[in-house]
Design a binder for this molecule. Structure first.
Ligand SMILES: Nc1ncnc2c1ncn2[C@@H]1O[C@H](COP(=O)(O)OP(=O)(O)OP(=O)(O)O)[C@@H](O)[C@H]1O
Ligand SMILES: [Mg+2]
Length: 602
């Protein structure tokens, strides 16, 4: 592995060891069996030598029958040891890699949101699946069989010198050539393996995203372009394999040629020594057998080395995930807010990237406990960003945010997110039942509460429909539901946890006005005494709130009770006017009193 080979392999083993460690006795057991197996296999040519020299050549056939028994016993033992070492070592590898998968996923769960915005999902999936599999293969039989092969070769080399130094000398010459060729080979092979895994991750990333968005491609007739992109990636992946194959293709025949050369040398030299009477026939046959055993693992080494390189590269990729630091937001103090608590933004200024534009500029805002606040403003004004800062999805670039007089930058984000719940406009639904999507793996009291809510809203057709489908398994991302149903699920999910602060980010935007009112009434009653921050676009269906905050280009330009803002010439009033005009201008009423869905229910 280049010049840093020794170090990298050591580092690799050091990083993999913690996963093997819990199963070390089983693993070591496998290793002992493997050693015994290799040793036993080495005795086989010695039995042959004995049979030929002591019984076959002198013609004492019957006296040597006992050797058949020994031979059969040795073969039986070899079979048993093969089974034992395979079982012990493979089981260790499977368990170790099961732990690695868990560990990697657990770590992913703690990574900052910005990490996932940078990384394609398919690439991360490749890390947890294909890359872990590659590692498993090498941990199973790979490393140990390399060790066993190298060990066997060294032992045989010693035996060859012991049997006949003259013959061993000729083998040594070709063995040196094999080592040289292998060294050359591995330099190219590693680069090829790195290429292969990079292309594989790219291909998986592309497929994951484009299969997920296939309906968008179909609807917008972009199939051809997507296909061309896939061809490019596919070609790159294939090319990476082709260049790898090239190296493997020359390596194997060269090794074979060296093996044949060695056999010829041994045959000619050994035949001459036998003729001269300096070597018995048995010794020559045994020597031949050893030479074959010597080359067998050497030739296999390229395949094993291939697997090892894959694992080596795969492990480095998995390491990239593990070396990404957990979100610092997860290392704070516990939140010590128990009762009603105010929220204060103090000179909050924020941008997403160090050289990006300022998204929030010196925002100062205090929200009293239990207050209902509507945050309005044009698109891109920074409303979602402001809410995201409160959840510590990001931290302010300048300024601070306090929750209950505790600076949230010092609070563990997990505590914070237990207290403050945000419902998004486009919620993510999992392919589980609607009920599980609402409870999100929580159980107990929330289930009974949920049933009460459904009863309370049973006059609403949408909620009633959802209640009937509660135990049906949803398709991926809830694609077999209407957006309104997905939003209703998200709202129930948000309030089911009884948060201290509830943020609705356009969370009711897909609902018809009547359902929006019904659900908001439910929210009102469930969150009595709790703080609600309502980010809303549709101002004419805005529910009753205590205060309206108008955010414009990252700055608060206006705030006050809605009635008061409407009375004067405010930004809020003009936004409302524009929306009403737009709605009437397109021939639609701004706020229908009795939409069809609602009147059906009445
Ligand atoms: N992850 C991100 N990285 C970089 N810039 C972002 C990111 N998310 C949002 N922005 C930018 O920040 C600005 C404010 O976005 P934000 O989503 O907060 O606006 P908003 O007021 O919620 O808009 P809307 O009403 O359309 O939801 C926008 O210019 C947007 O492009
Ligand atoms: Mg937004």
């Amino acid at each position: 592995m280049r010049t840093t080979a020794g170090m990298s392999v050591r580092a690799f083993l050091r990083r993999v060891w913690p996963y093997v460690r819990p199963y070390r006795y089983r693993f070591l057991g496998g290793l002992v069996y493997l050693g015994l197996l290799a040793g036993l296999e080495l005795t086989l040519p010695l039995w042959t030598k004995l049979a030929i020299d002591r019984y076959f050549v002198p013609g004492r056939w019957s006296a040597g029958v006992w050797l058949l028994g020994v031979y059969a016993l040795t073969l039986g033992l070899i079979g048993l040891l093969q089974y034992l070492q395979g079982y012990f070592i493979d089981v260790t590898a499977y368990r170790a890699m099961r732990d690695l998968r868990c560990h990697t996923f657990r770590h992913l769960l703690t990574l900052p949101i910005a990490f996932f915005q940078r990384q394609p999902t398919g690439k991360l999936v490749t890390r947890v699946t294909n890359d872990v599999d590659a590692l498993q293969e090498i941990l199973g039989q790979g490393i140990l069989s390399i060790i066993a092969d190298v060990g066997t070769s060294v032992a045989i080399f010693g035996l060859l010198w012991w049997i006949s130094p003259v013959l061993a000398l000729s083998v040594t010459a070709t063995a040196l050539m094999v080592v040289g060729v292998s060294f050359l080979f591995q330099r190219y092979a590693q680069r090829a393996q790195e290429d292969i895994r990079t292309w594989l991750a790219r291909l998986n990333g592309f497929l994951q995203e484009h299969i997920g968005g296939i309906s968008t491609l179909q609807v917008h007739r972009a199939e051809a372009q997507a296909f061309r992109e896939l061809q490019t990636l596919n070609q790159g992946y294939t090319q990476a394999y082709v260049s790898a194959v090239f190296h493997y293709a020359w390596y194997y025949p060269v090794i074979r040629a060296l093996e044949v050369l060695t056999s010829v040398l041994v045959l000619v030299l050994g035949g001459w020594l036998f003729y001269e009477g300096r070597l018995t026939l048995g010794t020559l046959v045994a020597f031949f057998q050893y030479v074959q055993r010597f080359f067998e693992p050497l030739a296999d080494l390229s395949d094993k080395y291939n697997a090892f390189l894959q694992a080596f590269v795969a492990e480095a990729r998995i390491q990239e995930i593990h070396q990404t630091l957990s979100d610092p937001a997860y290392r704070g103090q516990p939140l010590n807010v128990t009762g009603p608590a105010p929220i204060a933004f103090r000179h909050v200024t924020f941008r997403y990237t160090p050289d990006g534009p300022w998204v929030l500029k010196d925002v100062n805002l205090v929200i009293r406990p239990g207050e209902r606040v509507a945050l309005v403003g044009p698109t891109g004004a920074g409303k979602t960003t402001l809410a995201a800062l409160l959840l510590r999805l990001y931290d302010p670039t300048l300024g601070s945010i306090e929750f209950g007089h505790q600076s949230i930058q010092e609070v563990d984000a997990r505590d914070l997110r237990r207290a403050i719940r945000m419902i998004f406009q486009e919620p993510f639904l999992f392919s589980d039942t609607a009920l599980q999507n609402i409870l999100l793996y929580r159980d107990g009291t929330a289930r009974a509460e949920l049933e009460r809510w459904f009863q309370r809203l049973r006059h609403n057709a949408l909620v009633r429909g959802l209640h009937q489908k509660l135990h049906e398994t949803l398709h991926e991302r809830g694609s077999n539901l209407a957006q309104s149903e997905r939003q209703a699920i998200a709202v129930l999910r948000g309030i089911a946890t009884d948060p201290r602060v509830l943020i609705l980010d356009e969370a009711l935007s897909a609902l018809d006005p009547q359902t929006e009112r019904d659900l908001y009434e439910l929210i009102e009653s469930v969150t009595r005494g709790r703080t609600v921050l309502l980010i809303a676009h549709r101002l004419y269906t805005l529910p009753a709130v205590d205060r309206v905050i108008v955010l414009w280009d990252g700055q608060i330009v206006e705030e006050g009770p809605p009635q008061e803002l409407l009375r004067r010439d405010s930004v809020f009033a003009s936004l409302l006017r524009v929306q009403a005009l737009e709605a009437y201008g397109s021939g639609r009423p701004a706020a229908p009193e009795d939409p069809p869905a609602a009147s059906e229910d009445a």
